[in-house]
Design a protein around this ligand. Structure first.
Ligand SMILES: *[C@@H]1O[C@H](CO)[C@@H](O)[C@H](O)[C@H]1NC(C)=O
Ligand SMILES: *[C@@H]1O[C@H](CO)[C@@H](O)[C@H](O)[C@H]1NC(C)=O
Ligand SMILES: *[C@@H]1O[C@H](CO)[C@@H](O)[C@H](O)[C@H]1NC(C)=O
Ligand SMILES: *[C@@H]1O[C@H](CO)[C@@H](O)[C@H](O)[C@H]1NC(C)=O
Length: 334
């Protein structure tokens, strides 16, 4: 037809299949983590920028939108709405802002080839892939994970000072599951008030928690996570947790796989005292410890606190070698 033309309906690509360079097609996804518009000025000129994460059924990418006036584009990108993006440039993600599990991020210049429009296509939320808490030890910093667990302890919301001198709220819960592991989940700022609604024994489903490391410990930042509480008794974990509690099961906090504990100075096997150096913050963690498992490769030794073991300082420890492929024994009576 004379004088008319249609915009070709660009092929829709999966976010997981994107490669570096100019995007050859369009991606459609749901918006999350939308930032405000910021004005910038650098050697190339001035302009505006905002960013968001775009998620399709199985992957996510960070998109930064550049232009001289982004008000209408920003308006389109309401949280949890679907948008279609094409004409962007894909490059390695900047680890400073990287909150996705994507090695790429997208720059979209709407004054050039970049196109950002609302989409009425239905995009399913990423399907949760629940992993056991014990498996977290193999995950790297900032990775997003989904877990299900039972609350074994809570730390109520409290106001704390940030490094910048402002105050914010912080609350924590510890989750456990049948991998016999526990992980601390932190809720910062507004999300801290969620913890007020929960109590020990409640089952939580957490989607999109971010892996954090503190020393050797792994914890989860759940500030932006999607958290769902199971109604009482409506979880297969409830019964399991009751049994675990009555048998006084021990849950080990997840730690990074590689231990940085230093090997003993000399190879002498017989030693009465063996010193583990910990950070001062760890002191309080020993308060309620009844059993300590020390692992050296595939070998493990269990120390248990005797009945008189007082509050903070560990009382007399008796060693109990455990059954395993091989184990060391510390013989108490010489
Ligand atoms: C954005 O969506 C998240 C859930 O994905 C929600 O927790 C948050 O409050 C929303 N933010 C705004 C500004 O609507
Ligand atoms: C961004 O984070 C993901 C998940 O942790 C990682 O696979 C990716 O390599 C990171 N990208 C960069 C450039 O750090
Ligand atoms: C936890 O996540 C929130 C939201 O992504 C972020 O603002 C905050 O800095 C994170 N906290 C820490 C201690 O990394
Ligand atoms: C939950 O289960 C316990 C024992 O299994 C029962 O005593 C209690 O009434 C149940 N609560 C609800 C709300 O169903």
């Amino acid at each position: 037809m004379e004088g008319s033309y249609t915009v070709p309906n660009q092929q829709r690509l999966n976010i997981a299949a994107l490669v570096s360079g100019m995007i050859k097609g369009a991606i459609i996804g749901l918006v999350s983590m939308l930032t405000d518009i910021r004005n910038y000025s650098n050697a190339k000129g001035t302009g505006q920028v905002f960013s968001f994460n775009l998620a399709d059924e199985d992957s996510e990418i960070r998109v930064s939108v550049f232009g001289t006036n982004l008000r209408t584009h920003h308006y389109l990108c309401k949280n949890a709405t679907a948008v279609r993006v094409s004409g962007g440039w894909l490059k390695a993600s900047n680890s400073m802002y990287n909150s996705t599990d994507n090695e790429l991020e997208m720059t979209l210049s709407v004054d050039k080839d970049g196109v950002l429009v609302a989409s009425n296509e239905i995009v399913q939320q990423r399907k949760a892939q629940y992993i056991k808490i014990g498996v977290l030890s193999t995950f790297t910093l900032r990775k997003k994970v989904d877990i299900r667990g039972v609350i074994s302890s809570t730390m109520a919301q409290r106001e704390i000072q940030t490094k910048r001198g402002t105050t914010t709220n912080l609350a924590k819960v510890t989750l456990v599951d049948d991998s016999a592991s526990s992980v601390s989940c932190t809720f910062w700022a507004d999300s801290a008030s969620l913890v007020n609604h929960w109590t020990v024994g409640d089952t939580l489903e957490v989607q999109g928690a971010q892996v954090q490391e503190y020393g050797n410990d792994i914890s989860l930042n759940c500030t932006r996570a999607n958290v769902r509480q199971y109604p009482a008794n409506d979880s297969d974990l409830t019964e399991w947790f009751e049994r675990a509690q009555s048998s006084q099961q021990i849950f080990e906090p997840v730690q990074k796989t590689q231990s940085t504990a230093r090997p003993p100075d000399n190879q002498e096997v017989r030693r009465d005292t063996f010193v583990f150096q910990c950070s001062p913050e760890m002191f309080a963690s020993f308060r309620n410890v009844q059993i300590m498992q020390v692992r050296c490769g595939d070998d493990e030794i269990i120390f248990s606190r005797d009945k008189r073991g007082g509050d903070v300082s560990l009382g007399q420890m008796e060693s109990t070698p455990i059954a395993g492929p091989s184990h060391s024994t510390i013989n108490e009576d010489d």
